[in-house]
Design a protein around this ligand. Sequence first.
Ligand SMILES: Cc1cc2nc3c(=O)[nH]c(=O)nc-3n(C[C@H](O)[C@H](O)[C@H](O)COP(=O)(O)OP(=O)(O)OC[C@H]3O[C@@H](n4cnc5c(N)ncnc54)[C@H](O)[C@@H]3O)c2cc1C
Length: 291
Amino acid sequence: MKPAPFSYFRPASLDEALGLLRTHGDEAKALAGGQSLVPLMNFRLARPRFLVDLNRIEGLSEIRVHDRGVTLGAMVRQREVEQSRSIAERLPILSEAVELVGHPAIRNRGTVGGSLVHADPAAELPLLSIALGASFHIQSVREKRSVAASDFYQGYLATAIAPDELLIGVDLPLPPRGVGWCFTEVARRHGDFAIVAAAVLLGCNDDRKVSFARVALGGVGPVPVRIAEAEQIILGRKPGAELYRRAGDAAAQAVDPLTDIHASSGYRRQLAGVLVRRALNVAERRVGGGH
Ligand SMILES: Cc1cc2nc3c(=O)[nH]c(=O)nc-3n(C[C@H](O)[C@H](O)[C@H](O)COP(=O)(O)OP(=O)(O)OC[C@H]3O[C@@H](n4cnc5c(N)ncnc54)[C@H](O)[C@@H]3O)c2cc1C
């Protein structure tokens, strides 16, 4: 398949790119890694009249690991995240999540920003951004602003980004030290988008009671979601298999997935419960830094 005709711009600076987006509004699209946009254009499901290629702009490709978290420029390639040792040490759930994105060839081109803005409800990076409570940094000719992950995802493939705005980068806060983690999913084949994915963080205090809990699911609705019902069940209690089973059951009850060509609603609901239970078990083994 071939895309509909379009004009192609390759700006050398952020200002130039933002100016082009302001001029062409919703007839223009940013091009990052092209791993989602180009197939959509080839199938003519997307027909931008103007493409603004971000690949020549400097300053959008930095990975910074600091005391408060990990800051990623929008044009950081998914593969660079996967291969970063400092990320593996400080935020291992991010390494675990990104390894599940497609295949190496896709991660070589695909960017962090492209994945976050494309906003597939089963994609790994949007789900992790919800689990960690990320902040998205957005810029246009008009203004710079930051948006919490929970406000960024607004519906199926829909985000808070306006047509004249670019995502510049994302801040992923570090959970407290010693917190256990697990990112897991079920997909039909290795490298496919998940049918359901779960991201879990679990921390315990000195009394061996759960003091920090994050439970988030993707693939169970139009946007990735935190499951407060499951978090409330485990917070303040002694960790253990029975507690995780209850949290899994609560997660399954809390979601109302759609049936689509990949899976029925009931199957996704069942998977949600199983994945939360499994992820909590794995996260508990990693509390304190174990692998
Ligand atoms: C076979 C295959 C399997 C895949 N499997 C998975 C998977 O398992 N999990 C997963 O998460 N993804 C998967 N993907 C998608 C992949 O992760 C893409 O890289 C990602 O969805 C989009 O990133 P990109 O950099 O390629 O963005 P592009 O395709 O270039 O852009 C995607 C969208 O984001 C917009 N955009 C990009 N950057 C910005 C920015 N900085 N500011 C504003 N808007 C921007 C574009 O305009 C476009 O609308 C798969 C893709 C393929 C082809």
